[in-house]
Design a protein around this ligand. Structure first.
Ligand code: GLA
Length: 433
């Protein structure tokens, strides 16, 4: 069977779709169209809520929102994917959350941004936002596959955030510091109004990643640094494998992992586990051969020895080694490409997520194994796990062959047909028209 590739909308096409849907639904023109990308994380998984590092990039697959403010406090949302108009009152969401449906995301960002502005002593801006955007009409067009672990929800939050920023004349999207407030608004929308205890990686990726770069994201300080990630110059492509198995971050598994880490941090006497990772990782530390006697490195073992609970031990082993792997990959990116090391780090990240963090699933493991056998420079699950997507770095001339190998492995295992995205790092969230 031929592998099926999902293409991204070109910005003009995405904007046209969102605008036309808006005009058809609301019988009026939108004020503008804004775009925000989905993401994949190259390495640094389940590290964000532990104050560690992650390394995401923005996908060309993005969400487009056509917007117009309303004078009453209604949110009216129409989407290509959910063609029934969703209607919600903002004042209702303010009182009754967490809630489900697109209104919780959209309204959550509006309420979240007002809160974030107040928390940052920007009372005037918060008032301006509430005056200018009492309610909102929204039409959504998306080429980010839904429920695939590619952050379609964060992309929606970020598209709304840059849109309302401009509609209210706040000017936050014009600076890095302002963008971080928009990230915080998206995160609050998700944590409070949707009720998913996620860590901020996804909104940061959508709002702060740059074209042709990966973003080194330090989730302890929220400092960022872009590293050029010029795969074409290396003859490589990033292939995303959508296993077409669903994942739901609001279900208990993600929250349970997070709670275990927080308990372990308390026992180890730190606020976040990331504090236990040294600033500089010794090049002799074994972070990649999980079966070797010297895995994990001594500084990790010293912490694990203080824990009694076997589950805490394996979760913490993943988190500490994963932060260190991410740190090492960032160093390697600075020093120039070392493909063999990249491969080892990506592969070890997956193996650690599978064995120690237990967030992989059969489909992800089969996808990763098939890509590795086909000669990939590293393959791993990306995002929260329990389904969703894997990523693999492959020679550009091997993209089709690798995808075919995965299709064959899926068919042999009796899984659903997977889908693929061939991607390069794309521009950040912003206005399209
Ligand atoms: C999901 C969450 C993120 C992050 C990743 C795992 O994508 O939304 O905050 O925790 O899982 O790295």
């Amino acid at each position: 069977m031929e592998p099926k590739f999902i293409s991204a909308y070109q910005p003009k096409e995405g904007a046209r779709r969102a605008r036309e849907l808006f005009e058809k639904t609301f019988s009026a023109a939108p004020v503008g169209v804004w775009r925000a990308p989905g993401r994949v994380n190259v390495i640094g998984e389940h590290t964000d809520y532990n104050g560690g590092k992650a390394l995401p990039l923005a996908l060309p697959h993005a969400i487009y929102v056509a917007l117009r403010a309303r004078e009453d406090d209604q949110l009216k949302i129409i989407s290509e994917d959910f063609p029934e108009l969703s209607v919600l009152e903002l004042s209702d969401l303010e009182k009754n959350y967490p809630a489900s449906g697109p209104g919780a995301f959209v309204g959550g960002v509006i309420l979240g941004l007002a809160q974030v502005l107040r928390d940052n002593d920007q009372e005037e801006a918060a008032q301006k936002l509430q005056e200018k955007i009492p309610g909102l009409e929204v039409a959504v067009a998306s080429s980010v596959p839904l429920s695939a672990g590619l952050s379609s929800s964060a992309a929606l939050e970020c598209a709304i955030a840059v849109g309302i920023d401009e509609l209210a004349g706040l000017g936050l999207a014009g600076s890095n510091e302002g963008r971080k407030l928009l990230v915080a608004a998206g995160k609050l929308a998700e944590n409070r109004y949707v009720g998913a205890p996620t860590g901020g990686l996804d909104q940061s990726a959508s709002m702060l990643c740059e074209k042709d770069c990966v973003l080194e994201l330090d989730c302890a300080t929220w400092q960022t640094r872009s590293h050029p990630f010029d795969l074409p110059a290396l003859g490589l492509s990033l292939l995303v494998i959508d296993t077409c198995t669903s994942h739901d971050l609001a279900d208990g598994q993600y929250g349970a992992r997070r709670a275990t880490c927080e308990d372990a941090a308390r026992i180890l006497g730190v606020k976040e586990l990331g504090e236990l990772v040294p600033q500089t990782i010794s090049p002799t530390d074994n972070l990649t051969d999980l079966d070797a006697d010297d895995y994990p490195p001594t500084w990790v073992r010293q912490q694990l020895d203080k824990l009694e609970d076997a589950e805490q031990v394996s979760r913490v082993r993943h988190v500490l080694t994963e932060i260190a792997r991410c740190q090492r990959l960032c160093e390697l990116l600075e020093a120039g490409a070392d493909l063999d090391e990249w491969r080892k780090l990506l592969d070890a990240s997956h193996d650690s997520l599978q064995r120690d963090y237990e967030v992989s699933c059969e489909e992800l493991d089969v996808a990763v194994a098939a890509a590795r056998t086909a000669g990939a420079y590293g393959a791993r699950m990306t995002g929260g796990g329990f389904g969703g997507c894997a990523i693999t770095l492959v020679s550009t001339d091997q993209v089709e062959a690798t995808a075919s190998a995965v299709v064959e492995a899926f068919s042999k295992a009796g899984f659903n047909q997977p889908r693929f995205l061939s991607v390069s790092p794309s521009p950040t969230a912003g206005k399209v028209e």
